[in-house]
Structures are given as C-alpha cells and as structure tokens.
Design a protein around this ligand. Structure first.
Ligand code: SF4
Length: 389
C-alpha cells in the first residue's frame, strides 16, 4: 500500500479531504479500497454513530414531459398525458398519509411548456401560466387537505424567484448536480440535448437555494461517462456551496442504471466497487454535517454493502408508489431495509424531509412549523409511535 495513500487517509479522519488527497484516494485498488471504506466508516461513526435514517414518502410525478432529453432518462419516455390531474395526485398523497408517510416528493420533467405545445395548452386551459404555478397550487392543497404531509419539490432548474414562490410550502427542495463535467454536454454525450444540465446553471440554482435558506438535497450521478477526477470535483463543488450557505442537508450518490428504450439502454451500470469507492470518497470529502445517501432500489441485492462505505441515509422510500424515475427498479420493503440495517450493526430511524439540524435552526417555513414540531422528538427525528418501518 502506498505510504502517501495511508498518510492522506489519516488526514481525512481529522478534516474533510483536500482535492489532492481525494484524487489520491480515488486511485485506490486492492487492499487500499478496504482501507478507504474503513476510514469513511470511521468518519460516519464519529458524526452520526450507529444512526441511519430514511424518509417515508410518496412520489407524485405531476408531468413526465421535459424540455431536456438526457440520454439515460426513461422517465420522459413514459408520458401518457401532459399532466397528472391535481385531484388524482392528492388521492395518492392521502393514501400515503394513511400508510404513515410524511414526505411528498413532488417531481416533474423540467418546464415542459417551453417545448411542448400540449403542455402549454393544458396549463392554460386550467388557468396556469407555468408548471411552477401548477406545482404551487398542488402543494397548497396538500397543506390544506392533509394533517402531516410535507412537500419536497424537485422539478428541475428553477430561478431564485420561482424557488421563493415555493419556499413557504416545502420542507426542503432538491436538484441533482449530477456532475460538474462540461464534457458530458458534448456531442454524443449524455447531456448533449439537455441545456439545463450545464454545470454552471445547476450550481447557480443550488447557490441561490442557499441564499434563500432552503434546506437542500443534491447529489451526483455515477457511471454516465464521468472520470474519477470529475466525481471528486463535483463533490468538492457541493462542499464549497455548503461552506458558503450551510444549506446542503444530504448528498445522494446515485448509480446510473440502464432504462429500456433510451439511447443508453445497453450501457453497463457502475460496478459495486466503483459505487463503494464513490460513497467513501463522498463521506471523506463532504463536511461531516452533510448526510451521504445512496438509493437501495438501484442495487436491490447488495444495497446493504453501502453501509460499509459510510452512508447514513437511505433517502425517501415509499410504501405505496414506485420510484417513477427508475421504474424498472422497485423499492425494497422498508421492513427489509430495517432488518438488514440492523444486521449490519446500525439503527434505522425515520426522519422528515427536513433534516434535524434545520428544525433546530428554525429553517422550516411557517405553514409547516406546527406539523414538524408535532412529529419530531428531541433529536429532530420522527418520534416513536409516529414512525413506521
Ligand atoms: S433526467 Fe430529468 S432533466 Fe433529464 S430528460 Fe429526464 S426528466 Fe428531463
């Protein structure tokens, strides 16, 4: 094992990795991978102990039409009608509430009215100018017609003004950074036909969410043609934004999985080793107060191994709705996630879509304050009796 590798690992136990250390660690192979995972696990244990969390959610895809055309996206291919009816979406939310879900992941393709006449026509016929207005109306109805449900909006790139319009209805909001690689926008690459996947556009929105004090979820997509250096730089870019504004609550390390009918349907997903190394790097690069999350449904047989690389969150899991973005990959049962998490020596607890630290800082918007305070215990997690597994 390289002595400079061991030296870098020890430094990362004391503080987040520098760029040069992270690049050195990213070259890990053989026994070095074991050491990298062990160091990441130590860092996880020193900040969150045995605790691993998840959010009980429902997923409402209000529209699948999208102004972008990412080469791996199956979501946009399955659009049957321009928009889901708000009443239909509310019935999903209410069914979720009966199953003790608390989060509503409000998701759409991005601003379809800009390129699809049918989307524009539908919105106009219902009295809306934009998808953002439609989403706002839906979220107001969620707060009016349920006791505990809380929106988490992830509808693509939004302006600061649009985020401000949704801010008071949301426990948190999100946008995957995916990658800082400009290369992925080039001809023949996955983001060639997706102007808003331009890294500077996404970084701007994430920064502006921080200026608005919105608890924020972002993440990287692993295995779409990016290099190790680009993975490291993506994680460092997220860290910088969190250092400026303190608003990043979690970073998702998401593996690309092929979707039938897309230009990338025959691409190989990243190997388990690549995923474990990337999760460990995320844990060593990101500030300690930022959760590292990996979705269990995209590696259904071996997701428990992610715990060995330092994750402390499984993200939103639904007892009701599929993962509409990756529909070929069903959620595991939450009781199985709990069992495997415990067999690995950790404790699974339910959290809200707003992380405990932001409850403590008082970052939740006024209309959600009562429901958050009623649901959480002294740690900011869902109180015993209100939680479900
Ligand atoms: S991945 Fe997102 S932005 Fe890209 S085409 Fe699909 S819905 Fe649109």
């Amino acid at each position: 094992m390289r002595s400079e590798f061991i030296e870098a690992l020890y430094k990362c136990l004391e503080r987040p990795a520098s760029r040069s250390e992270a690049l050195l660690l990213a070259e890990a192979s053989g026994g070095e991978v074991q050491a990298l995972l062990a160091a990441a696990l130590m860092v996880k244990s020193s900040s969150t102990g045995k605790l691993v969390t998840y959010s009980r959610k429902v997923f409402t895809p209000l529209t699948r039409l999208c102004r972008n055309a990412c080469a791996y996206c199956g979501f946009r291919l399955r659009a049957e009608k321009p928009f889901m009816d708000i009443q239909e979406a509310l019935s999903i939310v209410k069914a979720g509430e009966r199953l003790k879900a608390k989060e509503v992941l409000v998701s759409t393709g991005e601003k379809p009215e800009e390129v699809y006449e049918e989307a524009k026509r539908f919105l106009k016929s219902m009295g809306y100018e934009s998808t953002v207005e439609y989403v706002r109306d839906f979220e107001e109805r969620i707060l009016e017609e349920t006791e505990v449900m809380m929106p988490h909006t992830n509808i693509g790139v939004l302006s600061k003004d649009e985020m401000a319009q949704l801010r008071d209805l949301n426990a948190s909001m999100g946008l995957m950074l995916e990658s800082v690689s400009e290369r992925l926008m080039e001809r023949g690459m996955p983001h060639e036909k997706s102007p808003s996947k331009k890294p500077s556009v996404r970084l701007k929105m994430i920064r502006e969410a921080g200026e608005l004090k919105i608890p924020f979820t972002t993440g990287i997509l692993v295995g779409i043609g990016e290099t190790w250096e680009e993975r490291v730089d993506s994680l460092l870019a997220i860290r910088r934004l969190h250092e400026e504004h303190g608003h990043i609550q979690e970073v998702i390390v998401q593996n690309f999985m092929p979707e039938l009918g897309t230009p990338m349907e025959h691409w190989r997903p990243p190997s388990l080793t690549v995923m474990l190394k990337t999760i460990a790097l995320a844990r060593l690069i990101l500030p300690r107060d930022v959760a590292v999350q990996a979705p269990p449904n995209l590696n259904l047989k071996l997701y428990f191994t992610y715990l060995t690389a330092g994750i402390n969150d499984w993200g939103g899991i639904s007892p009701l709705t599929p993962d509409f973005v990756n529909e070929a990959y069903p959620w595991p049962k939450i009781s199985d996630v709990k069992r495997l998490t415990e067999l690995m020596g950790f404790e699974l607890r339910e959290r809200l879509p707003i992380y405990p630290k932001y409850v403590k800082y008082g970052w939740m918007p006024e209309p959600l304050k009562c429901r958050v305070e009623r649901l959480v215990d002294e740690l900011g997690l869902v109180r015993r009796g209100e939680d479900a597994y």
